[in-house]
Design a protein around this ligand. Structure first.
Ligand code: NAD
Length: 274
């Protein structure tokens, strides 16, 4: 028996590419290994089909679904895929996100970029919840796990629209937990720090990775599987009493005072009055 045996899940932003899986792909693979039947959904057709095929090749049950989160009717169709193919819906992992390179600071912000990020990240996540929750309630309850970001918890020099969209997802998480908790719905969010997904690695240099590691409390930075472990826990009955939480899964990146890395280099000077 797996931790998710008998459950049906929808995971957005779930793909497999030559470089490996991202957070959604790792979560879907682990959900299937834990016994869930999984609808993997993404706007990229071939990578989402590859992921479904990988899950099936491991003996799991998965179906690929094309979804563009800008389209309300495609979101409805994604939810209906779970019902049509697997008969119900217990888990929704809202993980897909737009992360445009052109998303910079507020003064230079292109309004079209801002609107696109809000449309996909905030409206898309909200609509997936809107259409999934009634079916979850009918089935006796369910668990939603949203992928947020450390960018939604603190300011940065770039990706202002993205950060604000993730902060909105954090608040959406709490509203859903509050509004539907008594009907058996739990809703939580995970906030990754820098996580070694194919998308992340494509934008990283060794210098940037070293900088990130210096500011991280653990001995390495996150891997997609680290996030998948927490997502599956939150989706499972092991987390029955956790709801409305926004949980950093970032190796302590945001758990310390800003000058931690400088102190490490200086040899941690101390001060006191005794
Ligand atoms: N990797 C990191 O360092 C990191 C850090 C913080 C937060 N996150 C978050 O983790 C999640 C997964 O990120 P990842 O690094 O695995 O990257 P990823 O690029 O593999 O995942 C994002 C997915 O969203 C999909 N997507 C984009 N627009 C879409 C649309 N309109 N409709 C449907 N799907 C769409 C993409 O095709 C992609 O598969 C994202 O929500 C991201 O914001 C990642």
């Amino acid at each position: 028996m797996g931790r998710l045996t008998g459950k049906v899940a929808v995971v957005t932003g779930a793909t497999l590419v030559d470089e490996g899986v991202g957070i959604g792909g790792a979560a879907a693979l682990l959900m299937a290994r834990e016994g869930a039947r999984v609808v993997v959904a993404d706007v990229l057709q071939e990578p989402v089909e590859r992921l479904a095929a990988r899950i099936r090749s491991e003996g799991g049950e998965a179906v690929a679904c094309h979804v563009d989160l800008r389209s309300e009717s495609e979101i409805v169709a994604m939810v209906e895929t779970a019902l049509r193919v697997f008969g119900k819906l217990d888990i929704l992992h809202n993980n897909a996100a737009a992360i445009p390179r052109a998303d910079a600071d507020i003064v230079t912000m292109d309004t079209a970029v801002w609107d696109l990020v809000m449309e996909i990240n905030v409206r898309g996540t909200m609509l997936a919840c809107k259409y999934a929750i009634p079916h979850m309630i009918k089935g006796g309850g369910g668990a939603i796990v949203n992928t947020s970001s450390g960018s939604g918890l603190a300011g940065d020099l770039v990706r202002a629209a993205y950060g604000v969209s993730k902060a909105a997802i954090n608040t959406l998480t709490k509203y859903i937990a509050t509004q539907y908790g008594k009907q058996g719905i739990r809703c939580n969010a995970v906030c990754p720090g820098g996580t070694q997904t194919p998308t992340f690695k494509a934008s990283m240099t060794p210098e940037l990775e070293q900088m990130l590691l210096r500011h991280t409390l653990t001995t390495r930075i996150c891997r997609p599987e680290d996030l998948a472990n927490v997502v599956v826990f939150l989706a499972s009955d092991d987390a029955a009493m956790i709801t409305g939480e926004v949980i950093a899964v970032d190796g302590g990146l945001l758990a310390h005072l800003p000058f931690f890395a400088d102190f490490m280099q200086l040899g941690a000077p101390t001060a006191g009055n005794m």
